[in-house]
Design a protein around this ligand. Structure first.
Ligand code: MG
Length: 202
């Protein structure tokens, strides 16, 4: 199983991190050991002094594909959820300033929280609202209609370079409102009004 992540896919988040808007999707990966194995807890690693949450819609691929055209791309999604792309922002900033790869900041163990999956069915993947509550207060509210690169475009783009396989996950980018994680925080992730993950930081 592979985990693909798209960066810089919401304009207001690009602005809050003072990044440039890319022409093509910004793509990086996490290994399968990045999946958080604990449903109700997330352990804050000691190597970062500025760990950030990034709440994102997550696509689960349902069948293998390569060179997928955008018009057929959504046929490859069989379920969706909401997740967190945990990011050691201090380490990422150091690596970015040197032009180096981000893996240590983005792909470490348990850096991917993934909520319960729901079938795509009648949901409109291009008009889906999602949100993150931190300590019961809303910190991120997004809608997939604000994505610079749509889910179909992302799937098509990834499949130009990588064979997508059943079970692969795609994090589709985070809207504005990312922020620092502290021990004791609680987080809840929603698609529309449906609670799909809930955990505490230890
Ligand atoms: Mg992200």
């Amino acid at each position: 199983m592979k985990i693909f992540c798209i960066g810089r896919n919401y304009s207001e988040h690009i602005a809050e991190l003072k990044n440039e808007t890319p022409d093509a999707p910004v793509l990086f990966m996490k290994p399968n050991t990045a999946i958080n194995p604990n449903k109700d807890r997330w352990f804050l690693p000691e190597f970062s002094k500025n760990m950030h949450y990034e709440c994102e819609i997550v696509l689960k691929i349902g069948k293998n594909g390569k060179h997928i055209q955008p018009k057929f791309a959504l046929q490859y999604v069989d379920a969706i959820s909401v997740g967190i792309d945990f990011t050691a922002r201090d380490i990422q900033d150091q690596l970015k300033s040197k032009g180096l790869p981000w893996e240590i900041a983005k792909a470490f163990d348990h850096s991917a929280v993934v909520g319960q999956f729901i079938p795509l069915d009648s949901l409109d993947l291009d008009h889906l609202s999602f949100s993150l509550l931190k300590n019961e207060a809303p910190v991120q509210n997004g809608n997939t209609k604000e994505m610079i690169h749509s889910s179909a475009k992302i799937i098509s783009y990834i499949s130009e370079y990588f064979t997508l396989q059943k079970g692969d996950l795609i994090f589709t980018g985070t809207p504005k409102g990312v922020g620092q994680v502290s021990i004791g925080d609680s987080y809840k992730g929603f698609i529309e009004n449906q609670l799909l993950f809930e955990f505490k930081v230890c």
